[in-house]
Design a protein around this ligand. Structure first.
Ligand code: SF4
Length: 290
């Protein structure tokens, strides 16, 4: 119930109680990200986290979903996370799902037994920012994780029955690498087979290294029609066997798109083709946001 700094959560956790177990992001180096720049990463003492949960119990009569923040709370040791999940069970028997932000390395660092224990104790979904499937772009944006690590991590979690919800960034390769971003992001989704994949559109925020690159002419944003062309090529390169819930309806997107893959792929591609030549379908720049 006590929060430090700005709080970020996935759009689908809009109605969840947010529990801040960590402050900031342990990585905090991605060149496009401003979320936790003002925070020095630390893990909150368990006693404080429990106090927050107890306060929330006194304040809210019914909590169905709990999201564990900040940036990559999955970095915490399993004993710590298991203690939080135990406390949630004790205080919120009505809670249906606990979710968390994680990085590939957090998943890979944990043993299968540890992940199973988290799953069996209520962890219902892991959110992860993949951003791009292209290795050069991943290096350039300082993601700190490789394509291979991210594929392995997502397959590991999904294989153990923990759904993953992944975000990817349209335009993060700039004009120079839009094709590579589209094709390699499509193929990484095919290899990962996540439960959810969200395709957002990059927005360059002043003060970020990406903004500096743009000012130096080293990074060029795509026009809206190019963003849509990139999304089309991305979809053309996704071939999943297991249903993947695909969303590109974030506040940053020019055209709202949603469907299940593979069954809705052609319909979404058609919508993108029509939208590329019809600017009245594009969201006004003034209404786009992160
Ligand atoms: S891992 Fe996520 S939260 Fe951390 S710096 Fe990168 S994009 Fe931002």
């Amino acid at each position: 119930m006590r929060y430090e700094g700005d709080i970020y959560r996935p759009p689908s956790e809009a109605y969840s109680y947010i529990l801040q177990a960590t402050i900031g992001c342990a990585h905090n180096k991605c060149t496009f990200c401003t979320s936790f720049k003002a925070k020095k990463f630390r893990i909150r003492p368990l006693a404080e986290v429990f106090e927050d949960l107890e306060m929330a119990r006194r304040y809210y009569r019914h909590i169905e979903k709990i999201f564990i923040a900040d940036g990559d709370a999955l970095v915490c040791k399993n004993d710590y996370l298991m203690a939080i999940l135990d406390k949630i069970k004790e205080l919120f028997p009505e809670c249906q799902r606990v979710s968390i932000y994680g990085r590939a390395k957090d998943i890979l660092r944990k043993t299968e037994e540890e992940l199973i224990a988290l799953r069996d104790n209520g962890l219902g979904i892991i959110y992860m920012g993949v951003e791009s499937g292209n290795p050069v772009i991943l290096e350039r944006i300082k993601k700190g994780e490789t394509r291979e690590e991210m594929i392995e991590a997502v397959r590991k979690a999904e294989g153990l029955g923990i759904p993953t919800s992944l975000t990817f960034l349209s335009g993060i390769g700039g004009r120079a690498m839009w094709r590579e971003n589209a094709i390699d992001t499509g193929t990484i989704i095919s290899e990962m087979e996540p439960t959810y994949a969200s395709f957002l559109t990059v927005m360059v925020v002043p003060g970020t290294p990406l903004h500096d690159e743009m000012m130096r002419g080293e990074f060029e944003l795509l026009r809206p029609d190019e963003v849509l062309k990139e999304a089309q090529l991305l979809l053309e390169n996704i071939n999943v066997k297991k249903t993947c819930i695909f969303r590109s309806n974030h506040a940053s997107n020019y055209v709202s798109l949603k469907g299940d893959l593979p069954q809705d792929r052609e319909a979404m591609i058609e919508r993108l083709k029509v939208a590329q030549n019809n600017s009245s379908m594009w969201k006004d720049e003034r209404f786009r946001m992160l």
